[in-house]
Write a protein that binds this ligand. Structure first.
Ligand SMILES: Cc1ncc(COP(=O)(O)O)c(C=O)c1O
Length: 370
């Protein structure tokens, strides 16, 4: 039996009537740009994230870009981040004119090492950008203690609704950062039917600036305090996301159940290292990413068996051709480089059946002769 890496149609089948009705309301009202659905979704995401403000925008990439603009980051500035992440994290730093500074990851969680981030801070540093990779929050407490007053942009594109215990309190993805960012790319736990993104913050001044930056830099039509962008969350996307939001908790819990299923299925194997979740964290498992011996051969075996899989990410960002000008060399972020050679992500989406989970686990076990 073939099992896809992600089956968006399986989820759509369970919510079709609600989503179509929500989309048709926008069409009937013809309120396509910043309609009431956008504000409603912003309020709900702020509530979910324990933040005072949430501001929709066109994508998770733009959310990072706007966040840096709101913090006046530009040429001559440095932003510290991880090289083991989706390209947008560092691409946006480059695109605001700043310099991405890459530091290595914790080999257990794949998230940025707080001490390494702190060691890279200098007078040009304008922000640290941790990523909540694969749905697990970065060690925000340790990072923020280590870097002191430096602003933090938490790239929570993959982690909406993830939590971490900090000082006896349950903190949400995006909550304690200067600005947190989300993506509603269709493959995310809360995915739209196209691109979409959101920024969250506790700071009213930053929230106002972000709202202004997404509409050409002026909140009063045709009056521009600064040069901004056209980066709005579409009302149609907001309507889809509002229809999906009540299911998010349940879907993320189903992903955790699937993860536990695989963890148990691989528990006796030396060849597979199952994902490590810090005991302070609750992951939303946007990906279930193992480290596998003979990874490339395993991939070929999974392909032959029709088991969907993907390597996130095969080449760390400090070694990407486009960042040659930064003059990083192989060996400078050894854990990121090792992870890139060892990781492979398996199907984890909520609608997987037990038979499908068995098929995936069985194919992996079979490859290693178990
Ligand atoms: C870690 C990370 N950052 C940023 C992004 C960019 O989000 P988007 O695709 O919505 O622009 C993504 C998602 O694709 C991501 O996974």
């Amino acid at each position: 039996m073939a099992v896809p890496l992600l089956d968006l149609k399986a989820q759509y089948a369970t919510i079709r009537d609600d989503v179509v009705a929500a989309m048709m309301r926008v069409v009937d009202d013809q309120t396509f740009i910043l309609g009431p659905q956008v504000k409603e979704l912003e309020d709900k995401v702020a509530e979910l994230s324990n933040t005072k403000f949430a501001i929709g925008c066109a994508s998770g990439t733009d959310a990072l870009l706007l966040a840096m603009k709101a913090l006046d980051i530009g040429p001559g500035d440095e932003v510290i981040t991880t090289p083991f992440t989706f390209f947008a994290t560092a691409g946006t730093i480059h695109n605001v004119g700043a310099k991405p500074v890459f530091v290595d990851i914790d080999p257990d969680t794949f998230n940025i090492l707080p001490q390494a981030a702190a060691a890279a801070v200098n007078s040009r540093t304008k922000a640290v950008m941790p990523v909540d990779l694969f749905g697990q929050m970065a060690a925000m407490d340790a990072i923020m203690t280590a870097i002191q007053d430096v602003p933090v942009i938490e790239d929570a594109a993959q982690a909406i609704g993830a939590t971490r215990e900090i000082g006896g309190r349950t903190v949400r993805a995006g909550e304690v950062a200067t600005i947190g960012t989300f993506s509603f790319f269709p493959s995310k736990n809360l995915g739209g039917y196209g691109d979409g993104g959101m920024m969250v913050t506790q700071d009213e001044t930053l929230a106002t600036r972000l709202m202004r930056l997404r509409v050409h830099g002026g909140l009063k039509t045709y009056f521009h305090d600064e040069v901004g962008f056209n980066s709005r969350l579409d009302s149609l996307q907001a309507a889809v996301l509002l229809a999906k939001l009540p299911h998010l908790e349940k879907w993320s819990a189903a992903r955790r159940r699937n993860a536990a299923y695989y963890d148990a299925a691989f528990a006796d194997m030396d060849e597979v290292r199952t994902p490590y979740v810090d005991p302070h964290n609750v992951s939303i498992y946007n990906q279930y990413t193992i480290r596998a011996k003979r990874r490339d051969e395993l991939q070929a075996h999974l392909k032959e068996k029709g088991i969907g899989h993907s390597v996130y990410y095969p080449l760390p960002l400090h070694l990407q051709p486009c960042f040659k000008y930064l003059e990083y060399r192989e060996g400078e972020c050894p854990e990121s480089e090792r992870a890139a050679k060892e990781v492979v992500s398996l199907p984890i989406y909520p609608e997987l059946t037990e038979a499908q989970l068995d098929e995936v686990a069985g194919a992996v076990r079979q490859f290693y002769g178990h």
